[in-house]
Write a protein that binds this ligand. Sequence first.
Ligand SMILES: Nc1nc2c(ncn2[C@@H]2O[C@H](COP(=O)(O)OP(=O)(O)OP(=O)(O)O)[C@@H](O)[C@H]2O)c(=O)[nH]1
Ligand SMILES: [Mg+2]
Length: 323
Amino acid sequence: MEIKDDTKNLISRLKQGNTSALARAITLLEEGELDIPSVDHLIGKINKSVKIGVTGPPGAGKSSLIDWLIKHMRSAGELVGVLATDPSSPFTGGAILGDRIRMQHHFLDDKVFIRSLGSRGAQGGISRITRDASHLMQAAGYRFIILETVGVGQTELDIMNIADTVLVVLVPESGDFIQAMKAGLMEIADIFVVNKSDREGSKQLVNAINFLTETFPSEHGTWQTPVMLTNGLDGTGTPELFQTIQKHIEFMESHRETDLFLRKRMHGLKQLIVEQLSVRVDSVINEAVTDNYREELSDPSVSLYTILNRILRDKDLIKKILK
Ligand SMILES: Nc1nc2c(ncn2[C@@H]2O[C@H](COP(=O)(O)OP(=O)(O)OP(=O)(O)O)[C@@H](O)[C@H]2O)c(=O)[nH]1
Ligand SMILES: [Mg+2]
């Protein structure tokens, strides 16, 4: 992708923390008009930031809790960015009145950037946009970047590879716990949050999750996954939740050399390599293959595997792809 002057200008303003430049860049991402690897040299070294994934069933209170977390993070003097990927989220702007009011707590705070994401037009879907948009927010200097996703399907598990700390929010509603287990949410949690502590059964749910995490130790090394009890309406338990998030951040920072950290980075890197290669293969392969392999392609007695093996040994073609 050719880098235009206005892209340079945009990235430079974004790096100075200009929120309209950040908003514009995210829109370009959504429209598939901005490719992060090709502007990486303009972004350069990135600031330290913490990406916090907040996932869980619809209506568990994720947005309400995020609202409280923003408050605590702002009190600590930090810039906060929020990316919501759920269309029914209050952060989507076009939400119903009650949601607007909830958002207004931070509406006038220019140190808080809230944005919902859509996947219109872009390749790679919402998790790729979330990853790339959160990278831009990091470049813009946000210390805390909160990513809200509804944890219902397999793709939502990608949050694990984007976020440094994953909160899984559950409520004492019958069936939610089982659904969460089925959806694989239990494995990706760094911190469990049982929200709606005012509801009957919330303490039992805390006990059940504690039992589960003690019986099946996580793959998260020596980190013992905590279970926090919160109320998204009055904020009870949210200062403790913020403290626990900070503890997890410290844990991750002091365990950078460990398998867990490296595995996460490696996974992210592999994903990037595969994405880049597939874009390049797409643009190179049609032309080169139809030019050089037309005969084999039109001969049904030559199997595609045979052609594949020839292509993989075709140094010129591979060079073109990697160029
Ligand atoms: N009783 C009770 N209600 C709560 C609590 N926390 C949030 N709610 C309510 O639960 C509803 C859903 O809250 P949200 O914060 O929008 O939940 P969400 O998980 O972001 O929902 P989606 O984004 O739609 O998946 C709202 O009506 C909240 O007011 C709580 O601790 N107790
Ligand atoms: Mg929400």
